[in-house]
Design a protein around this ligand. Structure first.
Ligand SMILES: [Zn+2]
Length: 408
């Protein structure tokens, strides 16, 4: 009793019971949320997976692991809302040893700061097994939400899936009627999917886009929404966008790649319907029309369309995402806009904003810690990741695991 009292007196009233899971970052610059004033020389303490304190002076419980981080910048854990687990390395995920999986997850995601990801379409057997091992605590990894298998227009798989194993290709849902669309959605969600992904504009040849039938898309959206599941769309062009808008899709998984005919009225409709866009600009950075795509993204942002960060990592096998930040900056988005894309906007999209997306007492202990401040060093600093932390567990430590991929 006395010892406990003495300890409390010494540590101060903000002290919480110590545990092996306590982790703290001290003397850091902390961005509580986009647009909020940063705290200088602050301490963030994570206890039992949650943020227990964010303040100038915090008494650390005995046994707290203090992460070395001079001049570090602390932000809420980053989201990447467009990834895939489709590379050959994920085959056998159910039996691969934890160390191998952790290394792969680090290289693909956590090295870039991601503590939450959305898989917008992969073999569900792979993603579900990976997620199960992470959630059971056997493998350290990010939060994963998944679309399971995407839905495609009938007889209209994208040409870039030609190389898929035939068994997987044959399993891809191509509903021919609203009833088949409902059944495909129900099957996905029953199998553990969190969202639905629709190819409302499927690129069947490099110069040919096949839109999904509007009644089929609408049935898929209605079935998803009945279960509270968001619907993401690969729209590609004006026709694919119009199917997405008419059917009530929630998120465009890419900015439209072909912007012809997408006028101010369409942008206003996206804003009115609160349809979010994941720009994936690095993916389009070699397109002749990249400047037009960037202009559309900025126009949408100014009209009030929510923007969410995503890169199509996994389909893109080059994991360095500094080009995405460069493109967003070229589009005219500022540091606070990009931080919102990485944190508060995806948290709100998934209705997690009561406890995620901000560095605030009581929130999830998910942090992305940078070695420099994008507000002063430029957006390249978003790629200068020192730590990625999920629920107080350090997923990536640059000093331990090797530095983040840096822009040239
Ligand atoms: Zn994708």
């Amino acid at each position: 009793m006395l010892r406990t009292w003495l300890l409390a007196a010494i540590l101060g009233s903000t002290a919480v019971a110590g545990s092996a899971a306590d982790v703290a970052i001290v003397h850091a610059k902390v961005y509580p949320a986009p647009g909020a004033r940063p705290l200088a020389d602050a301490t963030v303490l994570i206890h039992d997976g949650r943020i227990a304190a964010v303040a100038r002076h915090v008494s650390l419980p005995r046994g707290t692991t203090v992460l070395r981080c001079d001049g570090c910048v602390v932000m809420a854990g980053f989201w990447n809302a467009h990834v895939h687990f489709i590379e050959p390395r994920w085959q056998g995920v159910a039996t691969q040893d934890p160390g191998t999986l952790e290394r792969q997850l680090r290289d693909m995601l956590e090295r870039a700061g991601f503590t939450s990801v959305v898989d917008t379409g992969s073999d569900p057997g792979v993603t579900m097994a990976l997620r199960r091992r992470i959630e059971q605590g056997e493998v350290a990894g990010p939060h994963i939400r998944t679309a399971g298998l995407p839905l495609y227009p009938e007889h209209a798989l994208p040409y870039y899936l030609d190389d898929l194993p035939p068994a997987l290709r044959d399993a891809l849902p191509q509903p021919a009627s609203p009833g088949e669309a409902r059944a495909a959605v129900e099957k996905n969600l029953a199998g553990g999917a969190d969202i639905t992904k629709l190819f409302t504009g499927s690129i069947v040849k490099p110069d040919q886009i096949q839109p999904m039938r509007a009644d089929i898309a609408a049935a898929a959206v209605a079935a998803s929404h009945r279960h509270g599941a968001l619907v993401f769309s690969h729209a590609t062009n004006l026709a694919g966008l119009d199917v997405a808008l008419r059917s009530g899709v929630d998120v465009l998984a890419h900015a439209p790649e072909l912007v012809d005919g997408i006028d101010a009225a369409r942008v206003r409709e996206m804003a009115r319907r609160h349809v979010a866009i994941i720009p994936t600009l690095k993916l389009f950075s070699r397109d002749a029309a990249i400047a037009d795509i960037r202009r559309l993204v900025l126009e949408a942002h100014r009209a009030g369309v929510p923007l969410v960060f995503g890169t199509d990592t996994g389909f893109q096998t080059d994991y360095d995402i500094s080009e995405e930040f460069r493109q967003l900056s070229l589009a005219g988005l500022g540091v606070d806009d990009i931080l919102a894309m990485l944190t508060t906007t995806p948290a709100a999209l998934f209705r997690l904003d009561a406890h995620a997306g901000r560095v605030a007492r009581g929130n999830d202990g998910d942090l992305t810690i940078l070695g420099s401040d994008p507000a002063t060093a430029g957006v390249g600093a978003f790629s200068d990741v020192r730590y990625a932390i999920r629920g107080g567990r350090v997923l990536f430590d640059a000093a331990r695991d090797g530095g983040a991929a840096r822009p040239e």
